[in-house]
Design a protein around this ligand. Structure first.
Ligand SMILES: NC(=O)c1ccc[n+]([C@@H]2O[C@H](COP(=O)([O-])OP(=O)(O)OC[C@H]3O[C@@H](n4cnc5c(N)ncnc54)[C@H](OP(=O)(O)O)[C@@H]3O)[C@@H](O)[C@H]2O)c1
Length: 252
């Protein structure tokens, strides 16, 4: 087991990629700290974690609220006394257009969670990560690397481009302290993302946009997150890893 004695904080662990990531780290022996807002959903994932590993610490919190972010870190340190890995996964999309002005509201909401919370939680985590020579994995998106292909989702595309740049900048600043910072950039993954973004489509419809003509399951992304967080990735920092079934080969 790769992550025995490691404390791993996963935001957005109640669903999709974050849930699969919490389960994967649990299987690998980690002390997992799970963050999300939906108590019922996160409880079910926590039960799955406990079946395969140690009982996780569940923190019900909204990462976009500074007081909640502070509480997430406080409860983590109170319980475990250390933090080895931060997985900034919580995120969502929302339509918003220039023509009717709705892009501004979408930008504010999306950036608070997808970008500002990533930056703030990383700030709060840094002193502890320095002590452990830990690392950060951000969940970005293939959307950071393509021309925006959905005109009404502009704010989401911009937010993930910001996550990629934050990943590189944070990696540069923290490298002298032995902290690595990387990102995973998924293409379409079968999660609750579309439902939560109120997008009336099914993930299967996105398979035609990929070279491999398939969409990913959340576990595939969790595997890449765990690889980047682990010792085998000792030489990897400031990288943004695309896991997209070849979507960028067809859409760019
Ligand atoms: N699915 C895809 O195709 C895809 C592709 C590329 C990138 N991504 C990225 O992958 C990440 C995970 O998304 P997913 O696909 O797994 O979607 P999901 O199933 O909708 O999960 C999103 C998670 O984020 C949490 N979350 C959202 N806002 C939050 C907030 N303010 N505070 C705390 N938790 C919050 C949700 O928890 P609660 O509802 O419990 O708060 C949920 O656990 C996101 O950053 C997304 O942008 C997804």
């Amino acid at each position: 087991m790769t992550f025995v004695n490691k404390v791993v904080l996963v935001t957005g662990a109640s669903s999709g990629i974050g849930a699969a990531t919490a389960i994967e780290f649990s299987k690998e022996g980690a002390h997992v700290v799970m963050v999300g807002r939906n108590e019922e959903k996160i409880g079910k994932v926590a039960t799955k974690c406990t079946r395969v590993g140690l009982k996780p610490l569940v923190v019900i919190a909204d990462v976009s609220k500074d007081d909640d972010a502070k509480r997430i870190m406080k409860e983590t340190i109170e319980k475990h006394g250390k933090l080895d890995i931060l997985v900034n996964n919580a995120g969502f999309g929302r339509p918003g257009c220039l023509l009717d002005g709705s892009v501004v509201e979408a930008y504010d909401q999306i950036f608070d969670t997808n970008v500002r919370a990533v930056i703030y939680l990383s700030t709060l985590a840094t002193p502890y990560l320095i002590q452990r020579k830990g690392n950060i994995v951000n969940v970005s998106s293939a959307a950071a690397k393509t021309t925006p292909w959905a005109a009404d989702s502009l704010a989401y595309f911009v937010s993930k481009a910001a996550v990629d740049q934050f990943t590189r900048g944070a990696a540069l600043e923290l490298a002298p302290y032995g902290i690595r910072v990387n990102a995973v950039n998924p293409g379409p993954v079968n999660t609750d993302y579309l439902k939560n973004a109120e997008i009336n489509a099914k993930f299967e419809e996105f398979s035609v946009m990929t070279a491999l003509n398939r969409i990913s399951q959340p576990e595939e992304i969790a595997n890449m997150i765990a690889y980047l967080a682990g010792e085998k990735a000792v030489g990897i920092t400031g990288s943004t890893f695309v896991v997209d079934n070849g979507m960028l080969l067809k859409v760019n």
